[in-house]
Structure formats: structure tokens, C-alpha cells
Design a protein around this ligand. Structure first.
Ligand code: CMP
Length: 138
């Protein structure tokens, strides 16, 4: 188990000034921040990050949304990081998310859902490397 995961505070949550509140939720849940930056994704970078979804009907909308403003990728560490972080953020669709989860609290829709989380240890490593070089991580 890698104990690492990649979070992204997405453009909708950045626009709503929720970066501080979301980071507080994450650190209060016991995650350690290993890397953090604020960037405005290019279309090519967003397309590459979400390549796995490229056949999905929402792919273009997803890329457009993720490039609509700055976002905050965060490399996180914790025992059982992938599963624990996904529990903390809740279901993709905020209407289905449990009370108290980040998406229940802050997301507007399935598309504009405030945060991203890696879905496996393997993808966590790939996704962290998308945003952070070795020297960017503590
Ligand atoms: P994320 O965890 O970043 O991974 C893939 C993203 O695709 C997901 O969060 C949503 O933002 C988006 N997504 C998933 N399903 C839909 C959908 N039906 N319509 C629009 N966007 C979606």
C-alpha cells in the first residue's frame, strides 16, 4: 500500500473561496500534506490527466470545467490514504454523498463536485507525478 493519494480542490471550490476550509477538513482527518500548488491547468494537461475518461460523454465538459480557473492539487499521505480520502469527500454526485463529507458540504453537482480523489494506489502515484516532481514533495 502506498499510503499516498492525490487531492485536487477544483475550480468551483477555488472560485467560492473554499480552499482554506477544505484543507482544514483534510488535515483534521489526519492527512499530512506532502506537496501543494495552485495552478491553472492547460487544456492539454487536463486532457492527459483525465485520459481514462476520454470515451465518456462528459469528457469535454470535464476538461472545460477543469480549465475554467485555478485549481489546487495536493499530495497527501496517511495510512489507507486512498480509501480514507474517498470516504472524507463522499460520492461523486453530492446528492448521493453522506452528511458531513466535503462534497455534501461544498459541491454543486456531479460535474462541479469541489474535489478530486485518486481511486487506487496505482493511480495515486501516476496522478501525483502529473503535478509534482520528486523535488516538489517533502
Ligand atoms: P473526479 O473524481 O475528478 O473524476 C472524474 C470526474 O468526472 C468526476 O470527479 C466528476 O467531476 C466528473 N464526472 C463524473 N460523472 C460525470 C457526469 N455524469 N457528468 C459530468 N461530469 C462527471
Amino acid at each position: 500500500m502506498s499510503n499516498k493519494t492525490l487531492a485536487i480542490i477544483k475550480p468551483d471550490a477555488v472560485r467560492k473561496n473554499l480552499v482554506g476550509q477544505i484543507i482544514t477538513k483534510i488535515t483534521e482527518a489526519g492527512f499530512t500534506i506532502k506537496g501543494l500548488r495552485m495552478i491553472h491547468l492547460s487544456t492539454d494537461s487536463a486532457k492527459a490527466f483525465y485520459e481514462v475518461h476520454k470515451e465518456r460523454p462528459f469528457y469535454n465538459e470535464l476538461v472545460e470545467f477543469m480549465t475554467s480557473g485555478p485549481c489546487v492539487p495536493i499530495a497527501l499521505e496517511k495510512e489507507n490514504a486512498v480509501a480514507d480520502y474517498r470516504k472524507l469527500i463522499g460520492a461523486t454526485d453530492p446528492a448521493q454523498a453522506e452528511e458531513g463529507t466535503i462534497r455534501k458540504l461544498y459541491a454543486d453537482s456531479k460535474a462541479e463536485n469541489a474535489v478530486h480523489g485518486s481511486d487506487s494506489d496505482e493511480n495515486a502515484i501516476i496522478e501525483i507525478a502529473h503535478f509534482f516532481s520528486r523535488n516538489d514533495l517533502v
